[in-house]
Design a binder for this molecule. Structure first.
Ligand code: NDP
Length: 258
């Protein structure tokens, strides 16, 4: 059997990819990077205008992506979005479960609604999208799922309290390993990426009161930009990662070494 050599091992040429939460932040960078490496890409977001503007700005950068308006906490929307992506792209080989939400609130003050929103999107939607899209991957003879976990699934962030989010990301890591075990016979690889702090709408990395514990406490003493996480997602989706499944790849500038 021949193995791809050099950069060919990282090529996604001919692959069809679905990214959740692709209209901004990390998901936008993932959509662009997957397309840059050859994949046809569809992404999901709730905000139709944000989707259109992301499609437009990607187009300006030479990337064709298809935006799908859907709320992934709604089961009907999950099925519709996955079907639409598979129909538009002509199948699915890659799924990046990226959409997520976080609230900063001490446990005593966290509301039931916050808990519900966090678990419905960060965990349940990952489960539902994986099942709906996984069927297309199985039909294709295999594929790759990458779930966006977090260092919050491994450590407890400071100074902000975010217990439901931390618990949800630990669940993402364990769901990743469980599906990797079950779906290996179908040649579906399931991995997670656990980023440290990345500058997006979700993470207010520039706030002075967070600087000591978010930035100065980390060996590299900086946050990342989304483009620095995207190549790892490409890698996990590519032939270069053919023997990688059930992994949680930490990309955090060394944050979790202490
Ligand atoms: P952002 O808040 O910037 O982006 C979230 C994306 O998810 C948006 O595109 C949003 O679009 C979409 N989204 C939110 N809710 C839903 C929903 N119900 N259905 C469909 N799409 C939805 O977040 P980040 O880019 O920072 O985070 C992306 C992932 O990375 C998350 O899982 C997060 O937990 C994780 N992460 C982030 C870190 C960071 O420091 N930023 C660190 C570690 C992990 P719309 O609002 O239009 O629906």
């Amino acid at each position: 059997m021949g193995y791809p050599r050099g950069l060919a091992a990282f090529s996604l040429e001919g692959k069809k990819a679905l990214v959740t939460g692709g209209n901004r932040g990390l998901g936008y960078a993932f959509a662009r990077a997957l397309a840059d490496c050859g994949a046809a890409v569809a992404f999901v977001g709730r905000d139709g205008e944000a989707n259109s503007s992301a499609v437009g700005s990607l187009k300006d950068q030479g990337v064709l992506a298809y935006g799908i308006k859907a709320d992934l906490t709604d089961d009907g929307d999950v099925d519709r979005a996955v079907d639409e992506a598979a129909r538009e792209l002509g199948g699915l080989d890659i799924v990046v479960n990226n959409a997520g939400v976080c609230f900063h609130n001490p446990a005593w003050d966290a509301t039931d609604d916050e808990w519900r929103q966090v678990f419905d999107l960060n965990v349940r939607a990952v489960w539902k999208v994986s099942l709906a899209a996984g069927r297309h991957l199985r039909e294709a003879g295999g594929g790759a799922i990458v779930n966006i976990g977090s260092i919050s699934g491994l450590i407890v962030n400071r100074p902000q309290a975010q217990a439901p989010y931390n618990a949800s990301k630990a669940a993402v890591h364990q769901l990743t390993k469980s599906l990797a075990a079950e779906w290996a016979p179908h040649h579906i690889r399931v991995n997670a990426v656990a980023p440290g702090y990345v500058k997006t709408e979700m993470a207010p990395v520039d706030r002075p009161e967070l600087r000591r514990m978010w930035i100065e406490d980390a060996p590299q003493q900086r946050y990342a930009m989304p483009e620095e996480i995207a190549p790892t997602v490409v890698y996990l989706c590519s032939p270069a990662a053919a023997f990688v499944t059930g992994a949680v790849l930490v990309i955090d500038g060394g944050y979790t070494v202490y």
